[in-house]
Write a protein that binds this ligand. Structure first.
Ligand SMILES: [Zn+2]
Length: 282
């Protein structure tokens, strides 16, 4: 199969009422674990990188090890930039080889968000790169973007109609009450709002803040039209806890390859569970 953008992957998901997992990977090991999990289940996958992760490696270096993983995969793989609030950096990643980007102007006034998103779409389209946009505010911490509980705002349908029509984004993340990071307290999701937006949206919808949602919540949202589900925190936990568990169980083991193999399996297990669930294999 091949290295692709999100278009075909998400259109098929939307048509057939399942969701594609978009996993925030942090390095070679987590990217390889995620793609191997997808290959074993024969499902397409989106691996995504936070801005912070890309900056830690450098654009060229990161794409240098991600691209061969995608190109050599037996399933379709998209490499997506998650939550970029910086127009110049988003363009640099498009130039650097990402097949898809999210420009997140959700903290800006609607007109500025639309203007910047349009600029990214115009830059991305000729290069066959897909663009995801966001409206409303998804609470929690993602990268260095902090949205406090009290500042949360669900996407307004009227604004969504304008945003979608003006920008022509390929995928859309409306804020409906999900949160980034680990949930504290009760989760309140506006299912009616999500359904309403999906009915008039021409492009597939994206669900952010997937870690911590119950199976029932996922099922309901996928049933209502979520075509891409982002999973970040669960990957971070699997990676760090995998390493910690190995070191605890094998205090005298100093072979890094054994540590890596164990940790990779831990990440793969989490990715596998999510893909099975999103693609309604269970
Ligand atoms: Zn997000």
């Amino acid at each position: 199969m091949s290295y692709v953008n999100m278009e075909a992957i998400l259109e098929n998901a939307r048509k057939d009422h399942y969701a594609v997992g978009a996993f925030n990977i942090v390095n070679y090991l987590t990217a390889k674990a995620a793609v191997e999990a997808a290959e074993e289940l024969n499902q397409n996958i989106i691996i995504q990188t936070s801005v912070k992760t890309v900056k830690a490696f450098g654009i060229q270096e990161m794409m240098g090890f991600l691209k061969p993983i995608a190109e050599n995969a037996r399933v379709n793989v998209a490499i997506h930039l998650d939550h970029s609030t910086d127009v110049a950096f988003t363009k640099a990643c498009i130039d650097g080889g990402w097949s898809s980007v999210m420009y997140d102007g959700s903290q800006l006034p609607l007109t500025d968000n639309i203007k910047n998103t349009m600029e990214i779409v115009a830059y991305a389209k000729p290069k066959n790169v897909t663009v995801e946009g966001e409206l409303g505010a998804i609470v929690g911490v993602e990268d260095d973007i902090v949205v406090k509980e009290g500042d949360h705002a669900h996407a307004k349908p009227a604004d969504c109609r304008i945003y979608l029509k003006e920008t022509g984004v390929d995928a859309f993340a409306p804020a409906i009450g999900t949160a980034h990071g680990v949930y504290k307290g009760e989760i309140k999701i506006d299912y009616d709002l999500f359904e309403e937006i999906n009915e008039f949206s021409l492009c597939p919808l994206v669900l952010h803040g997937g870690t911590g949602l119950s199976d029932e919540m996922f099922h309901r949202l996928i049933g209502l039209g979520a075509s891409k589900v982002n999973i970040s925190t669960a990957i971070k936990i699997a990676y760090c806890q995998g390493m910690a568990t190995f070191s605890k169980e094998n205090p005298d083991q100093n072979d890094p390859l054994k540590l890596d193999a164990f940790t990779k399996q831990a990440v793969k297990k989490v990715v596998t569970e999510h893909i099975r669930f999103f693609s309604l294999m269970d």
